[in-house]
Design a protein. Structure first.
Length: 251
């Protein structure tokens, strides 16, 4: 397959499309960027943003333990010098992100089938894509089970989960957009996989630090699978762009 290229169309967004208008726009923008001497606009905006930051509440909260198991788990973690709240928040964060990751791959599968058929193509095999999607779902279930084992509520939205949902919303929009190509969709998936890979490494390190051996083993396997996902997506992007992986890989 040849590297994918963008077509030339009726794009008139650049200023070079109209030299006269470009000069006028430049002149007016230079005038508007010079505020009156008695109005320190930049300083005022900075002060206003600083007040918002100082007065804003935190981004959500963790629910209190709703079961006896949860209370006991939190107490045991406190006696051991561990932060049960931090671990539950990070678990909730990954849970929300894995949900979005599965939806990203669902959207990518739809797009690939619409353009390449049920088998995909030689550079992006459908069978492998579906396997990655299923592993994302398995990771979601693993995280929900881990939260429940710790006495938490896997249906609660933690602060980290709230942030992850907002972060991944733009990626989902990019892949679900019917105008974006497979290659452009893969770029959004790459961003997700990079964040996901680091998130699992962090969870593994946190479980190791808190001596939660059963969780650590599960997280290590998930982190290894996510590392493989990342390499697959990088390779697909390079092949669709260059026709081959980057030369320095594996050197």
């Amino acid at each position: 397959m040849k590297p994918q290229q963008s077509r030339i169309g009726g794009n008139r967004t650049g200023v070079q499309m109209s030299a006269l208008d470009a000069r006028e726009m430049k002149h007016r923008s230079e005038q508007s960027l010079v505020p009156p001497a008695h109005v320190p606009v930049a300083a005022a905006l900075s002060d206003m943003r600083a007040r918002y930051v100082a007065e804003a509440p935190q981004l959500g909260s963790l629910p209190p333990p709703a079961t006896v198991r949860g209370v006991l788990q939190a107490g045991a973690a406190l006696l051991a010098g561990n932060s049960q709240q931090l671990l539950l928040d990070k678990l909730g964060e990954r849970l929300a992100f894995e949900r979005s990751s599965a939806r990203l791959y669902d959207s990518l599968v739809v797009k690939l089938r619409a353009t390449q058929g049920d088998d995909g193509d030689e550079l992006l095999p459908m069978e492998l894509l579906l396997r990655i999607r299923d592993q994302e779902v398995e990771h979601f279930a693993l995280l929900a089970h881990a939260i429940d084992r710790l006495g938490g509520d896997s249906t609660a939205q933690t602060p980290g989960a709230d942030l992850a949902g907002v972060e991944s919303a733009g990626l989902l929009q990019a892949v679900a957009d019917p105008r974006s190509s497979v290659l452009q969709s893969l770029h959004a998936v790459l961003i997700a996989e990079m964040a996901d890979h680091h998130g699992w490494e962090l969870l593994f390190a946190l479980a190791s630090a808190q001596k939660r051996d059963s969780l650590r083993i599960d997280f290590q396997l998930a982190a290894q699978q996510e590392a493989q996902h990342l390499q697959y997506v990088k390779s697909w992007i390079e092949r669709h762009t260059l026709g081959a992986p980057l030369a320095w890989q594996g050197a």
